[in-house]
Ligand binder design. Structure first.
Ligand SMILES: [Zn+2]
Length: 81
């Protein structure tokens, strides 16, 4: 039976496809498509310049990168789009 891993915001216990080690993924936030969209929307609704930069400071607006702490390869990317 194959268990489909759900890579979302929290670290996932999985087997690394690169080094075959049993690991818990290291997560890292990265600016993604949604971050830019929120930025543009804030600009359109007339927020100040500084205001549209808020999504870049909020992890909840960013993509999550899952990488292997053992071999440092990227395993999966959780995009919010
Ligand atoms: Zn690995």
């Amino acid at each position: 039976m194959t268990v489909i891993q759900q890579f979302r915001e929290s670290p996932v216990h999985t087997k690394c496809p690169h080094c075959q080690a049993e690991i818990v993924t290291a997560t890292q936030y990265e600016t993604g498509t949604l971050t830019w969209i929120i930025c543009v929307v804030l600009c359109l609704v007339g927020c100040d310049f500084g205001c549209c930069l808020i999504p870049f400071c909020v992890d909840g607006c960013k993509d999550v990168i899952h990488s292997c702490p053992n071999c440092r390869q990227t395993i999966s990317r959780y995009s919010r789009m």
